[in-house]
Design a protein around this ligand. Structure first.
Ligand code: MN
Length: 339
């Protein structure tokens, strides 16, 4: 894991880098969340306002309608693989990507491609030519705000709404431990700039379709709790669930965080067999867990934040619940023995 060393001067150098190029190609990770959409649309809109030639891309085919209120949302381009080569006046910008393989493929970090990497994942591999990564920041949107603010960019109301969206979603509505005094100060500034909290909260949170709820009810009916005082919980969704209720992959957003509201549960992992056949683990943990979500994800080759992480899970789906329970208990016993 690369240790993120953030230097406040990185904010200004990110701003100068952005301003120096006429064409921006903005990339964000697959299965984009509120922070990915928020940061991409904020930077897209800021670029348009500066007269830049700008586009934003990621591999997602179907965008979740829940973020369609964001300015620049319709400009999204689906792109699975891109031919990253250095071109005159072209800057590639990666937002909310802990490494170059989280989104559109084709980026070779050894080729010294002209890329600016803006992120807040503490395991970011610093793959850009210019990196602006603070593992202590709540969100990539928080990073973007600090970049804009450091160099006097104009933050219009649509930009403020995009930034507020990413900060709100990545902090679970200012409830996760990544919420700092600075996060609240920035939110206050964004409110002054026109991101009205009650309106934003409705736009962001009142977004579950009836199909999403049917999907969640299936996951809830399969929750299994175990470990000392039932501090661990797991559940599963099968590809057939998505098809039968008519939900898509975006329907799982918020599901694992909801499971964290079960009294006494310190770590939850949901097995998601997507209609594409990919099986992923979504992992959440809270204070008091013997090991963090990120630590557990990394033992499985995945990554993420200490409290919210994910990993691929390549086991036969019918045995996945048993396997996951075993892995969690194994990790728990390792932790016990090392103390
Ligand atoms: Mn993020």
């Amino acid at each position: 894991m690369t240790q993120t060393k953030f230097n406040p001067e990185d904010l200004l150098s990110a701003s100068k880098t952005l301003k120096a190029y006429g064409t921006w190609k903005i990339f964000t990770h697959a299965k984009a969340d509120g922070d990915a959409w928020g940061s991409s649309t904020a930077l897209y809109t800021a670029g348009k306002n500066l007269g830049k030639n700008v586009c934003w891309l990621n591999p997602d085919e179907k965008l979740s309608d829940r973020y369609k209120y964001l300015s620049g949302f319709d400009a999204h381009i689906t792109c699975e693989k891109f031919d990253f080569v250095n071109e005159n006046d072209v800057l590639y910008i990666f937002l909310d990507c802990s490494n170059e393989e989280r989104g559109t493929l084709g980026f070779d970090a050894s080729k010294n491609i002209n890329a600016l990497n803006i992120d807040h994942h503490e395991d970011n591999s610093l793959f850009g030519r210019v990196n602006c990564v603070d593992g202590k920041a709540s969100s990539t949107c928080e990073m973007l705000y600090r970049i804009f603010e450091a160099d006097g960019w104009e933050i219009t109301q649509p930009i403020a709404e995009s930034l507020y969206t990413g900060i709100f979603t990545d902090t679970g509505g200012f409830s996760f431990s990544n919420t700092s005094p600075l996060t609240h100060n920035i939110a206050a500034e964004l409110i002054k700039l026109g991101a009205e909290p009650a309106h934003m909260s409705d736009l962001i949170s009142q977004n579950k379709t009836p199909a999403d709820f049917l999907l969640w009810s299936r996951a809830m009916s399969r929750v299994k709790m175990f470990g000392p005082e039932n501090i661990f919980a797991i559940s599963i969704l099968f590809a057939s669930d998505f098809q039968e209720v008519g939900a898509d992959m975006t329907g799982t957003e918020g599901l694992s965080s909801m499971f964290m509201t079960i009294m006494g549960v310190k770590l939850i992992s949901t097995i998601l067999e997507f209609p594409t056949g990919n099986v992923r683990l979504s992992i959440r943990s809270r204070e008091g867990s013997p090991f963090g979500a990120g630590e557990f994800a990394r033992t499985l080759g995945g990554g993420g934040h200490e409290r919210a992480a994910g990993a691929k899970f390549n086991v036969p789906i019918n045995d996945a619940m048993n396997e996951l329970e075993k892995l969690i208990m194994q990790k728990y016993h390792e932790c016990l023995n090392s103390h």
